[in-house]
Design a protein around this ligand. Structure first.
Ligand SMILES: O=c1nc[nH]c2c1ncn2[C@H]1C[C@H](O)[C@@H](COP(=O)(O)OP(=O)(O)OP(=O)(O)O)O1
Ligand SMILES: [Mg+2]
Length: 198
């Protein structure tokens, strides 16, 4: 069994830190990479996997700690899987509100049945910066893109993501509920098994 009393989370996204720490519980203390550096690495990969590994290695190098990275995004069927790995940069770095507005606009007049989408999450854990065998876990969450934002919880595209299991947006779920259903929760469930965390 592998134990990591401390892991650095290779993310500058406070929403991810909160969710991942809640899922991990007390057994692992997640420290934000923000404690060590404010410089965000350029996400030059062409896949969630490549970007997750790149972020994990960078954080391990900077912190000297084992590192966990989360690369995630929203793949919209009608847009051929866009914004995908470019989800955070969809509206050219103008932030969540601009990303959501751009997505609503791109799907204007698109009927319900063509508004399918998946949240994708890849978690990568490296024991050290040059780890030749990163642990990789992925999770998907299927839903639909709403025609207007709804809800205040969560972050990112949550107000636009309709959750079939609950018939509401993911921003209307309680944090505990989102953490049981989400793409991130599914990836984390696999990681916990791989680490033999109970
Ligand atoms: O549960 C989620 N609920 C709503 N939106 C979400 C979720 N999970 C990912 N997303 C969106 C946010 C961002 O637009 C992109 C992730 O981009 P991504 O590069 O992985 O993260 P980020 O730049 O926010 O932080 P960092 O790279 O420092 O981890 O997908
Ligand atoms: Mg990012």
């Amino acid at each position: 069994m592998m134990t990591f009393p401390q892991l650095v989370l290779a993310s500058h996204n406070a929403g991810k830190l909160k969710e991942l720490q809640a899922m991990l519980g007390d057994s692992v203390q997640l420290r934000s990479i923000g404690e060590f550096s404010n410089v965000e690495p350029e996400e030059t990969g062409l896949s969630f996997v490549e970007n997750a590994i790149l972020k994990a290695r960078n954080a391990a190098r900077i912190s000297g700690l084992p590192a966990l990275a989360d690369d995630s995004g929203l793949a919209v069927d009608f847009l051929g899987g866009a914004p995908g790995i470019y989800s955070a940069r969809y509206a050219d770095g103008k932030g969540d509100a601009a990303n959501n507005a751009k997505l609503l606009d791109a799907l204007k007049e698109v009927p319900q049945e063509q508004r399918g989408a998946q949240f994708v999450c890849v978690l990568a854990l490296v024991r050290h910066a040059d780890d030749p065998l990163p642990i990789l876990c992925e999770g998907l969450w299927h839903g639909r893109i709403l025609t207007a934002a709804s809800g205040e919880q969560g972050f990112g595209y949550d107000p636009l993501f309709w959750v079939p299991e609950r018939d509401c947006s993911s921003a209307e779920l309680s944090p505990a509920e989102k953490n049981q259903l989400s793409h991130r929760a599914r990836a984390m469930a696999i990681l916990r098994q791989r680490l033999a965390l109970k």
